[in-house]
Design a protein around this ligand. Structure first.
Ligand code: GDP
Ligand code: MG
Length: 292
């Protein structure tokens, strides 16, 4: 009788790169779904990198989601985020996923990310995301990238399509022994003062992403309350503080659209980092005293 030999399990560390809003978080959140556990980072230097562990019978993939790279890093926070993105390149990873969004034209920001990508010595796989969207498409502006990489994947992170071949490719590049992360070692950190700062900075990042240059850098976020509710959801009450009535209006947006978008993006990412449903109660106030 022939004995069935189990294939040897392997692990890999996968770095995810791409400008803001290309769908990096959605990829981790949706595509890998429940098979992923995520930890919010603890140390100062890696505060903005989110790690997610994917595991199946082939082994483990540890994804590192880098923060956005900002066009104009004028304030302290975005400088810090840029630095975190750069430092990610020095990390010990095996393969990188370079996410692009074909529904938006290439721009200066993309150029910056591409500059980073070209410095990578490990294999880089190109992920052309949002392929569920046909129009508008600037695919022709990204086509030249296909020649620079050993693999190209057209994905819809939102609809979870074309994940299988990408995962197969990643596992084919997995050379580290299994397990990379011991079972049970990958846990959500307890809620503490650092979570408060983490949440404040996460919301602040979203404010910056959605308002860009329109709203000045004099915007602060204060988390007033974090409560674990009985039904396992996390209740977070937070305030966006700004120095001027004009900016308050902008932050709220027409019929509350802007604050809704900021809140939704922050909530999604919070859920990702905490592994549970989050209720985010977000409002905007003008208060000079609460800003340093
Ligand atoms: P990140 O900044 O790269 O982490 O981007 P996010 O994951 O936060 O996604 C930015 C926006 O793009 C969100 O509104 C997502 O819902 C949307 N998005 C992400 N992936 C897809 C996709 O495959 N198709 C479509 N239609 N939208 C997507
Ligand atoms: Mg993200």
């Amino acid at each position: 009788m022939q004995s069935k030999k189990q294939p040897v399990k392997r692990s890999a560390v996968v770095l995810i790169l791409g400008r803001p809003n290309v769908g990096k978080s959605t990829f981790l959140n949706n595509l890998l779904g429940t098979k992923v556990s995520i930890t919010s980072p603890k140390s100062q230097t890696t505060r903005f990198n989110i790690k997610a562990l994917y595991e199946d019978d082939r082994g483990q993939l540890l994804f590192i989601d880098t923060p956005g790279i900002f066009k104009k890093a004028q304030d302290k926070l975005s400088k810090k985020i840029n630095k975190a993105a750069m430092q990610a390149l020095d990390m010990d990873f095996d393969v990188a996923l370079y996410f692009v969004d074909h529904t938006r034209p290439r721009d200066f920001e993309e150029g910056k990310v591409l500059g980073l990508v070209r410095k990578i010595k490990q294999p880089v796989l190109l992920v052309i995301n949002k392929f569920d969207i046909k129009e508008p498409s600037y695919l022709s502006q990204y086509r030249f990238l296909e020649e620079e990489v050993p693999g190209v994947y057209y994905l819809s992170a939102l609809n979870r399509t074309h994940i299988k071949p990408l995962l197969a490719d990643l596992f084919s590049k997995a050379k580290r022994p299994y397990p990379l992360v011991e079972p049970g070692k990958f846990q959500y950190p307890a809620l503490n003062i650092n979570s408060r700062i983490f949440i404040e900075e996460l919301i602040r990042e979203k404010v910056y992403l959605f308002t860009r240059e329109e709203v000045p850098y004099k915007t602060g976020v204060r988390v007033l309350e974090i409560k674990e509710r009985k039904n396992k959801t996390l209740y977070v009450k937070a305030l966006i503080l700004t120095s001027d009535k004009r900016y308050k209006k902008m932050l709220i947006g027409r019929s509350g659209r802007m604050i809704k978008e900021i809140g939704m993006a922050a909530r999604k990412e919070l859920e990702l980092s905490r592994g549970k449903k989050v209720y985010l109660d977000l409002s905007v106030e003008t208060d000079f005293h609460l800003l340093d």
